[in-house]
Design a protein around this ligand. Sequence first.
Ligand SMILES: [Zn+2]
Length: 258
Amino acid sequence: MSLYLLPAGALPRQSLVPGGIAMIKLGPDDPRDFRFRGKPVLVATINGETNALVGLPLSLKPGEHFIEAKSAGQIRKKFFQVDDKKYTTQHITITDKRKVNPYASDMERILAEKARKQKARNHYTMAPVDVDFLLPVVGTRSGSYGRRRVFNGQQRNPHSGMDIAAASGTPILSPSAGTVIELGDFFFSGNLVYIDHGQGLISMFAHLNEIDVEIGEQVKKGQVVGKVGATGRVTGPHLHWSLGLNGTWIDPALFLDD
Ligand SMILES: [Zn+2]
């Protein structure tokens, strides 16, 4: 039997800023069905303690926020403080101008894909979650999550994930067990795969040159789901990894070692 050394990830870390994660300890008497802005919140055991993990949107205003649950006819709330974080701006030049200013004939496809992506990001299944993640690709991490982006001089959405530069064809591993809930060739994201890890924790991998899973497939932690490529709106081969919690993309670095 050969040993296969998997790249190390880590347990999630708290970061109380827009784009971060609030980790709220739950006691034995606390309900387990807390919600944040109407969305169910992930509950996981971390180092022997039960925690609610709350994804904080990039657009969240700094200040006091709360999760809430209905328990025995009462509303229970737990409050937490979110600090401000300034993200920098990144200027990117894209040679394929159509990926920055799509043709009118591209719009129907783009809107249909946007709806599919929104549905996948908000997918929810009640299941136990392994939050001890693996690094999906060994490569150079950009740490550009949250950066405001200007493509060919035009302002676009902030960067919603992590870019890991690696050679085309490098295998992409599922960071945790899950189910493939969406895949295909998308206008901006190129070949993409969504994996539902349970309780609203969703991985999205983009710009693949090859997809190695099928829709509905159960994947194991460390299973190859595809290969790194340069499809969609890119400047070169890399993996784009977005990580969703309660319907919002958070910084995937919070699930990896520093
Ligand atoms: Zn990216």
